[in-house]
Each structure stands twice: as structure tokens, then as C-alpha cells.
Design a binder for this molecule. Structure first.
Ligand code: G3I
Length: 363
């Protein structure tokens, strides 16, 4: 009995100490499930999208994975299943079935879907990379590809990342290691938007770029590209920004605000569509690192919530169990839920920001 009572005292102590900020990365099942507010419950009333990318294997294999998504998110993006290599295993075979399954799940759960990336230098099938197409045959392929994909998903995808990561990593201009650039020249960007708009005039069309939060030259080149597209009357509705952050070298919130603001001044929507925060190379205890991570997530969401044109905050995955980071940078814990699907301080930080925005009714 004494043991039983002291356990409850510990629980009470944890509630007081960690209210609004609990857990560690190797957590046991959450002792306070009632304190986990669905993120979308806070986002829906302020007309805001809170999203995640969806990986196909756990989507199929892990009921907890889909349950968490349905509970917390009002927006999803297939992580890889709408990429060219997934949709076209060979030139004459269109395989949208896995993306269709994710979209059916979204419809059942009243979740909006962003699609893409349509045109990217990466995730290309070998048959396309290897076949040495000239300009004319690439133009024919591009037209067929964009028509087929956008029409197939029409009405189910509210926004597309039409062109993704066209700026070179250093920010020196358009990247040249792109099959689209090599065969079609820089006009491929405007052309892709034109074709996507013709295929679905109701879909919102985004240019999508990563790394502008820490590489100033890239931020500038991206802005110049996007401004040029707007000035040329290209059907472009917004910019989606990827914030793959290393906590050792995060971003300057004021800079991010100014960056978003200048896109808003061009009349564009802004979406944060790929955020994760790597913490494995930070020094300090795990608790300290998780709190730093929470602060970084909160800063990004707060900036977005301050700008009316910023409509979306989405992470690239939501559980540390399934993130592209481990394969690319080594094991890490970059997302708001841990590997056991338990909320981390980052989750509570997002909750706090959404609650503040809805209390201030600043949306
Ligand atoms: O599914 C196969 C598996 O069967 C095979 O055994 C294994 C061997 O390597 O590969 C698996 O496929 C990998 C796939 O991720 C699923 O995990 C591919 O090789 C790998 O290239 C692919 O990487 C994806 C990458 O884009 C390229 O498409 C990442 O998951 C995905 O998170 C990443 O996402 C991009 C965004 O689209 C654009 N912005 C940057 C972001 C991170 O690179």
C-alpha cells in the first residue's frame, strides 16, 4: 500500500514538474494519455494545417502509425509514393496504387493532402536517367507525365510541390545536376507549372526549396527565382520551405520571419512542409537536447503563425521510429514523437504555440 501511494506521489510530482513538457526519448508508455491533445484539434479552429509526411511501409504494417496520424494531423504528404521512381517503374507503367491507398486513408479521416514533388532531380527511375533523351522526347515525356499524375489525383490533392529543390546547394544559381535542366534548360520550371495548372486549374501550385534557413545565398537565389516566376505570370501560388535543421546550427527566427514576409508580399502562400531537428551532435544530457529541440520547433511554428499567409506547418515524419535522418546522417531523434510514439518536449512546444495562437485569435 505504501509503495502504491508513493508511486502516485511520484506521478503527481511528474505532473507538476513536467506539465506541458515531459518525456524522454526512450520513454515507457505515457502515464498521462489524457494530457496528449490532438494537434489537429488545436489547428482546425484556427484554419491552420498541421501535417506530416507518410512513409508507406509503416502505413501498411503498423496500426499505431496510422492511428497517430489520424489523431493528430489534418494534412499529410506521401513521403516517397508520389515521386517519379514510385509512379513510373518503366516508361509505360503508371503505378499510383500505393499513393492511392494513402489518399483513401486521408479521405476517410478528413485529412488534406499535398502531392509531389513532381519535378525533382532526385528519385528518378533508372530507365529515365539512362536513356539519354533529347530535348524533344523529354518535352513529350514531361507533358504526359505531369498530365497523367495531376489528372489522376485531381480533386484529392489540394496542393502540389511542382518543382522541388531547383537551386544548387551553395545557392549559386540553378542546379545543373538535374536531368530536367540538362535536357530542357531553365525554362523547365515555368513549363512544369504551366502543365500542372492546365491539368488541374483548381490545385494550388508550390515551388519547394530546402536549406534557405541557414544558407543565405540559397535564400536569395530562391527568392529571385520565385519573384521572376511571379513577374512572368507563371501560375504559382506559394512557396514551401523545408527546415531540416541541425540543432548545432539552427536558424535565425528574425531572418526566417523576414524571408516569409517577403514571399507574402509577392502575394504568395507560405508553407513549412519538411521540418525535423537533429540533436545527436549536440552536447548535454538528453533532457537538455530535447528541450533545445523543442525550442527550435516552437520558434519555427511561432514565426509561421505570425504571418497570415503561412498556412501550414508540417514535419518530415512524426515519430523517431521512421525518419529519413537515420539513413542519411546516422541515428538521431529528430521528430516530435519518440520511437514508441510517445510525445516529446517538441510535441508539447507545438501544442503551446497552437494554443497561444488560438487564444490570441491572431489567425
Ligand atoms: O524501399 C527501399 C527498400 O526496399 C530498399 O531495401 C532500400 C535500400 O536502400 O531503399 C528503400 O528505398 C529508400 C526510400 O527512401 C525508403 O526509405 C530509397 O533508397 C531512398 O532513396 C529513399 O529516400 C528518400 C529520399 O527523399 C529520396 O527519394 C527519403 O525516404 C525521403 O525522406 C527523402 O525526402 C526528401 C524530400 O522528398 C525532398 N526534400 C528532402 C527530403 C530528404 O532528402
Amino acid at each position: 500500500m505504501l509503495i502504491h501511494r508513493s508511486r502516485w506521489l511520484i506521478v503527481l510530482f511528474m505532473i507538476i514538474v513536467f506539465s506541458g513538457c515531459s518525456t524522454n526519448v526512450t520513454s515507457t508508455p505515457n502515464p498521462f494519455p489524457e494530457t496528449v491533445i490532438p494537434l489537429r484539434e488545436l489547428a482546425d479552429p484556427i484554419n491552420f494545417y498541421v501535417g506530416t509526411s507518410v512513409r508507406y511501409r509503416p502505413f501498411v504494417d503498423e496500426p499505431m502509425y496510422t492511428q497517430m496520424i489520424a489523431e493528430h494531423y489534418n494534412l499529410i504528404m506521401p513521403e516517397n509514393m508520389m515521386k517519379l521512381d514510385a509512379l513510373y517503374p518503366d516508361p509505360d507503367t503508371f503505378t499510383p496504387e500505393r499513393a492511392d491507398a494513402i489518399l483513401a486513408f486521408a479521405e476517410e479521416n478528413d485529412i488534406a493532402v499535398r502531392g509531389g514533388p513532381i519535378i525533382w532531380h532526385n528519385a528518378l527511375p533508372e530507365w529515365l536517367v539512362d536513356n539519354g533523351m533529347d530535348r524533344d522526347s523529354m518535352l513529350v515525356f514531361m507533358e504526359t507525365y505531369i498530365n497523367t499524375v495531376v489528372e489522376h489525383f485531381q480533386g484529392r490533392v489540394y496542393a502540389w510541390d511542382v518543382v522541388n529543390e531547383a537551386i544548387s546547394p551553395s545557392g549559386s544559381g540553378l542546379r545543373t545536376d538535374s536531368i530536367w535542366m540538362q535536357t530542357l534548360g531553365e525554362d523547365y520550371i515555368a513549363l512544369a507549372f504551366q502543365l500542372a495548372h492546365e491539368a488541374d486549374p483548381d490545385a494550388l501550385l508550390f515551388y519547394s526549396e530546402g536549406g534557405t534557413h541557414f544558407e543565405r545565398a540559397k535564400a536569395e537565389s530562391t527568392y529571385q527565382l520565385v519573384r521572376g516566376l511571379v513577374e512572368d505570370g507563371v501560375p504559382l501560388d506559394g512557396i514551401s520551405l523545408h527546415l531540416h535543421v541541425d540543432a548545432r546550427n539552427s536558424f535565425d527566427a528574425e531572418f526566417l520571419y523576414d524571408e516569409m514576409q517577403r514571399y507574402a508580399e509577392l502575394g504568395l502562400l507560405i508553407e513549412i512542409t519538411e521540418m525535423d531537428v537533429r540533436i545527436s551532435r549536440l552536447s548535454g544530457s538528453m533532457e537538455e537536447r530535447l528541450n533545445i529541440q523543442a525550442g527550435i520547433y516552437q520558434e519555427a511554428l511561432d514565426v509561421c503563425l505570425q504571418i497570415t499567409a503561412c498556412t501550414t506547418f508540417a514535419t518530415w515524419g512524426f515519430t523517431d521510429q521512421h525518419s529519413w535522418i537515420d539513413a542519411r546522417f546516422g541515428e538521431d531523434d529528430p521528430l516530435p514523437f519518440d520511437s514508441n510514439y510517445q510525445p516529446k518536449p517538441a510535441y508539447y512546444a507545438l501544442v503551446q504555440s497552437l494554443q497561444t495562437a488560438s487564444q490570441n485569435q491572431n489567425r
